[in-house]
Write a protein that binds this ligand. Structure first.
Ligand SMILES: [Zn+2]
Length: 186
């Protein structure tokens, strides 16, 4: 195939900027973004391996130090989530905390970068203020669905999401609308 003169507007999967791609397969705006994405992927794979090992061993609780090696979060966030009862925890000493792997997985999906969602239609204005958003964790709890389904639906319905710190936020209004319609259709 000869060099194509295609210029396809795309959103970089790493930095989220729009750029003109020369092939339909191009996913990144620059070599830098492509290599950062590949590094991220490797990092994620390493983390996934550690997590798989833990799960294969049937371990349900790990120390916070172990948790931080796997999940992209901070000690303070984990401690806060324990206090707010979002993560089950037990202590063998005041300094030795064991936190529930399943809870961590639900709250801190293995991911180092925000997921880039295609820009919504210009006519739509979304309220991305965290106060008016649910976190993905909140959505799974509120509507009783798995995280992967939430992401699937978000993509399906082109609902914008935004990552702040360790949380991915989606506008309450859109999520409510989506799931209420879904229920109504059943
Ligand atoms: Zn980029």
């Amino acid at each position: 195939m000869g060099k194509s003169k295609l210029q396809i507007p795309k959103v970089c999967k790493y930095c989220g900027n729009t750029f003109l791609a020369k092939t339909v397969k191009t996913g990144y705006c620059s070599h830098q973004c492509a290599s950062s994405a590949s590094n991220d992927r490797k990092k994620m794979e390493r983390r996934q391996k550690v997590l798989d090992k833990i799960k294969a061993a049937g371990t349900e609780y790990i120390t916070i130090t172990e948790a931080l090696k796997i999940f992209t979060t901070s000690r303070l966030t984990v401690i806060r989530m324990v206090h707010s009862k979002n993560i089950r925890c037990f202590k063998t000493s005041p300094k030795r905390w064991f936190v529930c792997v399943k809870d961590l997985e639900a709250l801190f999906p293995l991911r180092s970068k925000p997921i880039v969602v295609e820009t919504p239609k210009a006519s739509q204005v979304f309220d991305m203020n965290p106060k008016n958003c649910y976190t993905i964790g909140e959505i799974t709890k509120r509507f009783g669905i798995t995280e992967s389904s939430v992401y699937k639906h978000i993509r399906q319905f082109s609902i914008p999401i935004r990552q702040i710190g360790n949380y991915v936020y989606a506008p309450k209004k859109e999520i409510d609308k989506m799931y209420n319609n879904k229920n109504a259709r059943k």
